[in-house]
Unconditional design. Structure first.
Length: 263
């Protein structure tokens, strides 16, 4: 995320903190609500406009600039050796995933059978592996970006595929805020890339909502996990039923569509 984008993200967060809506802001600075949304959506705002917004919202521009400056470049992935270190210690992996979910030190030891000493040692290790920056009083700051993901060829994703996926999909997906969908489609490569971009935008939106909700009491939040896959694929049992003449040209790159094929 570039510096201008970070400034606007910090300003957006501060507006939410003081309870200032886009509609209220538009009235105060004599602009339309749609123009306000466009400025933030397109990440296009002059410094003078930002100063004006801070003034009418009673937000310190200096604090916004300072918060944006405090954000250092963050990694989207760990190295292979870092992931292997997490896999070698199940408790370390547990604390790592808890930190990625922004759990506090107190929440971790209250929920799991880790002693304070074990949890502290795990956090020290995570600081060493540059997943977090450990601060006084067992507080921490994540050193990975909101777009963080496990390595596609790494041991943790392999573990997820072998063990975690089956456990995840064993649920009913009928609770509040839960859903399970399988959406087959026949798309061009350009359309598939557009869907991929929208998935990346969705993960960024989840990160933003999680950041905002951290101010809520712990009892008002629950743990949700988005597990999403999108690739050119056909169920192997269906592939086995294909006519020999179609195998060479279509196998491995068709997303199966239930029902009549489009002509």
């Amino acid at each position: 995320m570039s510096s201008p984008e970070m400034l606007l993200e910090v300003l957006r967060t501060e507006l939410r903190r003081v309870g200032m809506t886009y509609k209220q802001l538009a009235h105060l600075i004599d602009m339309s609500e749609s123009s306000i949304k466009r400025m933030f959506g397109q990440k296009d705002m002059t410094l003078s406009r930002m100063a004006q917004i801070c003034k009418v919202s009673d937000i310190s521009l200096e604090d916004v600039l300072r918060q944006a400056a405090d954000v250092t470049p963050q990694a989207d992935n760990l190295t292979l050796s870092q992931e292997r270190a997490l896999m070698d210690n199940p408790k370390l992996l547990l604390v790592a995933i808890s930190c990625l979910g922004h759990w506090t030190f107190e929440q971790i030891i209250e929920t799991y059978t880790l002693t304070e000493a074990e949890c502290i040692l795990c956090m020290v290790e995570l600081d060493k592996h540059e997943l977090i920056e450990l601060k006084p009083m067992n507080r921490y700051r994540l050193r990975v970006s909101p777009a963080f993901r496990w390595r596609a060829d790494g041991p943790i994703q392999a573990f997820f595929k072998e063990v975690v996926v089956a456990d995840y999909f064993n649920g009913r997906f009928d609770g509040t805020g839960e859903t399970l969908m399988c959406v087959p489609a026949r798309l061009s490569k350009n359309s598939a890339q557009e869907i991929q971009q929208k998935i990346q935008q969705l993960t960024a939106e989840i990160a933003r909502l999680q950041h905002d909700d951290r101010r809520l009491p712990a009892e008002d939040r629950d743990g949700y996990t988005l597990m999403l896959g999108f690739r050119s694929w056909e169920f192997s049992a269906f592939t086995a039923l294909r006519r020999p003449s179609t195998m060479a040209t279509t196998k491995g790159r068709v997303v199966h569509q239930i029902g009549p094929k489009n002509r």
